[in-house]
Design a protein around this ligand. Sequence first.
Ligand SMILES: Cc1cc2nc3c(=O)[nH]c(=O)nc-3n(C[C@H](O)[C@H](O)[C@H](O)COP(=O)(O)OP(=O)(O)OC[C@H]3O[C@@H](n4cnc5c(N)ncnc54)[C@H](O)[C@@H]3O)c2cc1C
Length: 298
Amino acid sequence: MTNLCFFTPNNMKELRQCLSMADESTRFIAGGTDLVIKLRKSSNKHWKLIDLSGMTELKYIKEDENFIRIGACTTFANIASDPVIKRYGRCLSLAASEVGSVQIRNRATIAGNIANASPAADSLAPLSMLGAKALLMDRQGNKTVCGIDSLISGVGKNNLDVGQIILEVFFPANKDVVSSFVKLGSRKKVSISRLNIALAAEYSNGDQKLKNVNVAVGAVGPGPMSAAKSASLLDGRNISKEVIESFSESLAQEVEEAIKGRSSMPYKRKAVMGLGKDLLDDLLSYISALEREECYDR
Ligand SMILES: Cc1cc2nc3c(=O)[nH]c(=O)nc-3n(C[C@H](O)[C@H](O)[C@H](O)COP(=O)(O)OP(=O)(O)OC[C@H]3O[C@@H](n4cnc5c(N)ncnc54)[C@H](O)[C@@H]3O)c2cc1C
């Protein structure tokens, strides 16, 4: 028989009380799009669920002096349509708009995507590129900050302690950062990533060159894989046809090294070359639109 204890905090005080009672059987449920499937498959039938859907205090997108802040329970639908995210974290906005389907995006939250730690999670590579961090709170109410990359400890595994919750995700509000995201899925409409790439770089109008370029490839390992060698090919250069070619080739080599011996390697090698080109095409279109001071929405 299934034995579920359900807690429904509606504010931070009630949430702290719930956390103080957390044990190994406790799980947070936000949108439930991953957790419900996991609980159905699990042989364990005894769970304490902390339902976060009533935590309106954790649903927000804010811009302060230095950071863009996203509450843990903010859905991908909200992230995808938010003008602040489009401006400062375009790669995250694009990734959010490609998560699942309309129905999934209306429920799925950013913290759930991170904590679920799937290699195919679409927010991880963009968040990594934006230098995002998470604000956490433990069972005693203590708050700490942790880089998003260091929250992932393996496939489907995170570094959160029992009863430790993600409260917020934040990244620097840097107007000079331009970014992009492309994804290859296995199905049309509701498509889980087989491969995704995020890029972020500094760009100042007029100089036509990218600086401090970072590139991450998702869905080839437990967390996003940094493609530093390929990123360095773009640093300080004009993005010519030749540069795009050598970038895509280098990206394919980096992925090949990372997944040597895997049966999916020949497919992923080809796919990554195509996606690498798409990524730079998209970024160049965005930059030209920025220079013409047009809003560019893919
Ligand atoms: C049909 C379908 C299509 C999908 N397509 C995509 C896709 O294209 N791209 C993609 O990335 N994902 C996709 N997903 C996966 C899923 O929708 C996302 O991972 C989603 O963001 C999970 O968020 P959630 O709020 O539903 O999390 P939940 O299912 O509620 O929770 C997931 C995990 O996170 C934990 N958790 C939730 N909130 C917190 C918190 N604040 N602090 C700490 N831990 C927390 C839970 O305890 C649980 O372990 C898809 C899922 C389905 C069913």
